[in-house]
Design a protein around this ligand. Structure first.
Ligand SMILES: NC(=O)C1=CN([C@@H]2O[C@H](COP(=O)(O)OP(=O)(O)OC[C@H]3O[C@@H](n4cnc5c(N)ncnc54)[C@H](O)[C@@H]3O)[C@@H](O)[C@H]2O)C=CC1
Ligand SMILES: O=C([O-])CC(=O)C(=O)O
Length: 265
């Protein structure tokens, strides 16, 4: 019989709550919710004890990061060194190549990334075996309020706030963009993880007051073919920076790690 994975969740927010509730209701075969970590008090209604990060590493064999890039930076290597596996939602942290190298070589715990809000990563990763892609482009379109950042100047903020149609707020590579929008462009880093090159992925971030759905369009081409994946997600009602589907992508990743059979990986 396979062992039951003891899962801890860091971040009891839009993603963590849905994931934690599903685990607590035993909707993921082979995985159980053991504890929660958050820097805010979670209160009585939380379905598992709130513990410190150190305690979570002792109690769990798999930690789900659903809190932010800073948590990956601060805790990632310690989690893996303690022998606990780590499933990362905030893939943008991996744009720091030093951190990325540390996590990929740390252990004995293993590091995993959820596909999150974007699709087609499996195929892009497979295509990579045929040779490098010539061009990879990601266009992310979101509601302006979800893209506002402390570093933005008055002129850009005003353009975003008064826009009546799409406004480009940044274009760059998957190395530059997730650092500038840490809570809302992890998808750029996820695409780069799939194609294996941060600088090869050109990213355009667009604010659109009409974006009732968050849209991610991935276009890639190379000697072996052309690829286009487009998704349009309803935002989470409590945190519109995050698409509603993301916790379900995390649950799918968890189910694979817990050993479910009979599905496409
Ligand atoms: N890969 C992907 O496609 C996506 C990744 N994300 C990532 O997931 C993260 C979480 O997303 P949501 O659940 O929507 O955010 P959220 O803001 O709804 O919840 C985050 C939770 O983490 C807690 N938290 C923050 N910093 C912490 C710390 N240092 N220690 C302990 N707890 C901490 C907060 O108190 C909050 O409860 C985002 O910041 C983003 O980096 C989000 C959406 C898509
Ligand atoms: O949820 C989404 O659509 C994308 C997102 O926030 C991210 O990439 O960080």
């Amino acid at each position: 019989m396979t062992r039951v994975r003891k899962v801890g969740i860091v971040g009891w927010g839009a993603i963590g709550r849905v994931v934690g509730t599903a685990l607590a209701e035993q909707r993921v075969t082979g995985a159980e919710l053991t504890c929660l970590v958050d820097n805010r008090p979670l209160g009585e209604s939380a379905p598992a004890p709130q513990v410190s990060f150190d305690e979570a590493m002792e109690r769990c064999d798999l930690i789900v990061e659903a809190a932010g890039q800073g948590v990956v930076r601060e805790w990632g290597e310690r989690v893996l060194s303690s022998g606990t596996d780590l499933l990362i939602a905030s893939t943008g942290a991996l744009t720091d190549e030093e951190l990325s190298k540390q996590l990929l070589s740390a252990g004995p715990g293993r590091v995993y990334f959820t596909g999150g809000a974007v699709g087609g990563l499996d195929l892009l990763q497979a295509v990579r075996s045929l040779g490098p892609l010539d061009e990879v482009r990601l266009t992310t379109t979101k509601l302006p309020s979800t893209l506002e950042q402390p570093w933005m100047g008055a002129e850009l903020l005003s353009r975003m706030r008064t826009a009546t149609g799409p406004v480009e707020v940044m274009s760059g590579t998957a190395r530059d963009v997730p650092v500038k929008f840490p809570k809302s462009t992890n998808v750029a880093a996820s695409v780069a993880l799939a194609v294996g090159d941060l600088d090869a992925v050109r990213v355009q971030v667009v604010a659109d007051p009409g974006a009732h759905h968050t849209r991610h369009v991935v276009e890639a081409s190379g000697a072996h073919g052309t690829y286009r994946f487009e998704v349009a997600h309803l935002p989470d009602p409590g945190n519109p920076a995050t698409s509603q589907v993301v916790p379900y992508a995390v649950l799918r990743s968890l189910a694979a790690l817990a050993g479910r059979t009979g599905q496409i990986l």
